[in-house]
Design a protein around this ligand. Structure first.
Ligand code: CP
Length: 311
């Protein structure tokens, strides 16, 4: 592939190859000299139309650790504020000959649209409620490092599934790798196509967590709800917030994950988020490694594919 637009379209072999290369990137990132020269002379542009702490900074570090020249486009100060469209902005940047364009946008499908127009590799860093593929890969790497494999693991993804690109990418990846995926949420926070996702759904969190190997919490995305979230935050925490009492239902070695940013006291209690069961900071570390592996793989693929192959 020339682009990484989603987990959809990746097979088990390709996912494993990215995770294996990420392991090497973990080692590089833990050294004092954190450089590999795979991307020397290449240009990477990060184009983020939505806020980000983890994804943008880790893409920047990943590109730099591979030796690329990395430019962060400051969208707020750009001509986007004067009404320039997404496509015109991307084509303007494309004229400067980047090799990699990392895009985050509120509209589902925005990176796919750009991938058809620009001459470089496009990486989806999150598009609306559609996909966030590098998040799913970093979650998979974190799980694999703790559990050895993803096959047959029971993973409970809990909370606001409806608005979550993280959940969608994780469901696709975990299904592809042979894990058992459970979704734990009130019916109002489940997508309409949930039946087609090949997962089990639970409204009772204690039943959903029963025996789970991995508990993945999601942020309640109030900014995507237009004020239409009916239960109060206190009620939501009572039924769906992860606290020590509910975590007791999961396997005794279960790990607790959260993609961040966290709303403490809304979907997760601090006593769990800051406990020894939590791998939240390790997820952030794996984020740099996975993004290094993705950038390096795409750069290698585009050399092999040549300019006329537009996959
Ligand atoms: N998990 C994640 O995408 O975090 P950011 O929004 O901070 O990038």
């Amino acid at each position: 592939h020339r682009h990484l637009l989603g987990i959809a379209g990746l097979n088990q072999l390709e996912i494993n190859a990215l995770l294996d290369l990420s392991e090497e990137a973990v080692d590089i990132s833990r050294r004092i000299e954190k450089k590999k020269v795979a991307l020397k002379g290449r240009t990477q542009i990060n184009l983020f139309f939505e806020a980000s702490t983890r994804t943008q900074s880790s893409f920047e570090l990943a590109g730099k650790r591979l030796g690329a020249d990395v430019m962060n486009m400051a969208v707020k100060n750009s001509a986007v504020s004067k009404g320039e469209t997404l496509l015109d902005t991307a084509m303007t940047l494309n004229a400067m000959h980047p090799d990699i364009l990392v895009v985050r946008h509120a509209a589902a499908g925005a990176p796919q649209l750009l991938a058809r127009k620009v001459g470089c590799s496009v990486i989806n860093a999150g598009d609306g409620a559609h996909e966030h593929p590098t998040q799913a890969l970093l979650d998979a790497l974190t799980i694999r490092r703790h559990k050895g494999t993803l096959q047959n693991l029971v993973v409970a993804i809990c909370g606001d599934i409806l608005h979550s690109r993280v959940a969608r990418s994780n469901i696709l990846l975990l299904n592809a790798m042979g894990a058992e995926v459970r979704l734990v949420a009130p019916s109002t926070l489940l997508p309409a196509d949930v039946e087609a996702l090949g997962v089990k759904t639970f409204r009772d969190m204690r039943k959903g967590l029963d025996g789970a190997d991995v508990v993945m919490m999601l942020r309640l995305q109030l900014e995507r709800m237009n004020g239409a979230f009916v239960p109060s935050i206190r009620e939501y925490f009572h039924f769906y917030g992860l606290d020590e009492e509910k975590l007791k239902y999961a396997h005794q070695d279960a790990i607790v994950m959260h993609p961040g940013p966290m709303n403490r006291g809304v979907e997760i209690d601090s006593s769990v988020a800051d406990s020894g069961r939590s791998v939240i900071h390790e997820q952030v570390e794996m984020g740099v490694a996975v993004r290094m592996a993705v950038i390096e793989t795409l750069a290698k693929n585009s050399l092999e594919l040549g300019p006329e192959d537009l996959d």
